[in-house]
Design a protein around this ligand. Structure first.
Ligand SMILES: Cc1cc2nc3c(=O)[nH]c(=O)nc-3n(C[C@H](O)[C@H](O)[C@H](O)COP(=O)(O)OP(=O)(O)OC[C@H]3O[C@@H](n4cnc5c(N)ncnc54)[C@H](O)[C@@H]3O)c2cc1C
Length: 372
């Protein structure tokens, strides 16, 4: 990560000595306008009635609390990479989370215990952990957005979900008007969900703490495509830096690393979650459909597989909104698309999959002021 002010680092192996390591990424720029298209990776959405930037945790709570006391609608925004905002914009205050800071207590016996401000850009945090040889976030390289949003939908990629390393989440409970800290076991984590997503808007995430192991090698690689890119077998480990580079390479090839010059990345990432089906519904899918048994008895299938087999190939659509040319699961803005264009394409795909397979796809991004 560039623009990092590194103050300190882990010790040279003093047994159980705790060393505190701190860094802060560069401050966030002032937003160019109140246009939500400028603040979201899909680049659609009208303007916010009011926009404020919170640079400290105290400011963040104060902005949200003040608006709540006045009954003014609030939209909390990190990197804007998991939202579709309506063309009408947002008739309330948009609070941009631009808080900064990471501190870590590191010891040979307890590993690294990191606490990260909600506004820290996620990929910079991942890069820092790998540079310090802290294990656990390597396969989550390249995911856009801010750290505070990661517990909300329990972000995941290449065989790992962030919930595996989260120790606790500190929040402001807007309903109770009080601070509330949740241990990971109380966060209700599931596939792309959590208690924070289940009760939308209730919890303002202020800080996320992670418990990571120490060492030069990654966690065991669980994803076949990644293992193959690394030239190892599933279940083996690889040097942390190599895992990050392999993940970034795979993600770039799928348009899943933000790049202003590449319209395939003007998206909200995967637009639909992978459906969790009953055993009977999964059995009725054609031979060859991916089926992954889940601990809760459901069967996960692949949304991308269903979309492709329903006739929506890469690049489907005539624009200005089309499927990505690199990945059928990403709906993209080719330049000048509106939220209505994106939602029209999403309905088209969702209906096609429902007609062909009887499976109703669910959107992954949060829809603000609009619906499918
Ligand atoms: C190219 C691309 C690739 C992606 N790849 C992946 C992937 O591999 N895996 C994955 O899981 N996701 C992926 N995503 C989705 C997205 O990046 C993640 O969900 C990310 O965590 C969203 O962070 P954000 O800060 O941009 O959230 P935003 O879009 O700003 O917000 C998302 C939701 O969280 C709420 N929110 C944000 N911050 C806070 C806070 N501090 N407190 C309370 N609520 C808050 C918002 O109100 C909104 O409801 C991808 C997106 C893109 C564009």
């Amino acid at each position: 990560m560039t623009d990092v002010n590194l103050i300190g680092g882990p010790s040279g192996g003093e047994t159980c000595a705790v060393v505190t390591s701190v860094y802060e990424s560069a401050p966030a720029q002032e937003p160019p306008s109140r246009s939500l298209a400028d603040l979201t990776t899909l680049r659609v959405g009208g303007t916010a009635r009011r926009l404020v930037t919170a640079r400290t945790t105290e400011e963040l709570v104060a902005h949200v609390h003040d608006a709540d006391s006045r009954g003014e609608p609030v939209l909390v925004l990190g990197g804007g990479s998991n939202v579709v905002v309506s063309d009408e914009g947002f008739d309330g205050v948009v609070v941009l989370v631009a808080t900064r800071g990471l501190s870590a207590d590191v010891s040979d016996c307890a590993g690294a215990f990191l606490t990260v401000a909600a506004g820290e850009p996620w990929d910079g945090v991942v890069a820092q952990t790998l540079a310090h040889e802290w294990i656990g976030l390597e396969t989550l390289s390249g995911i856009p957005g801010a750290t505070g949003a990661t517990p909300i939908q329990n972000v995941g990629a290449y065989g790992a979900d962030v919930s595996a390393t989260i120790a606790r989440v500190r929040t402001w409970d807007r309903l109770a008007g009080a601070y509330a800290t949740f241990a990971a076991s109380d966060c209700g984590f599931g596939y792309r969900t959590s208690r924070f997503k289940e009760e939308p808007g209730r919890y303002l995430v202020l800080e996320v703490s992670f418990q990571l192991e120490l060492g030069p090698l990654s966690d065991r690689i669980r994803y076949a495509e990644l293992a193959s890119a690394l030239g190892i077998s599933v279940g083996e480990r690889a040097p942390l830096g190599q895992v990050r580079e392999a993940v970034l390479g795979l993600r770039r090839a799928k348009g899943m690393v933000l790049d202003d010059a590449d319209h395939d990345t003007w998206s909200a990432g995967s637009f639909f979650t992978n459906p969790l089906l009953t055993v009977e519904a999964a059995a009725s899918l054609p031979d060859g459909a991916p089926r992954y048994a889940q601990p809760d008895g459901t069967v996960k299938t692949s949304a991308a597989w269903l979309i492709e087999r329903a006739g929506f190939g890469k690049g489907y659509g005539t624009g200005p909104a089309t499927l990505s040319g690199k990945h059928t699961l990403a709906l993209t803005n080719r330049g000048g698309a509106t939220a209505a264009d994106i939602l029209r394409l999403a309905r088209d795909v969702r209906e096609g999959v429902r007609e062909r397979f009887g499976v109703m796809l669910q959107p992954e991004p949060v829809l603000v002021g609009c619906e499918l």
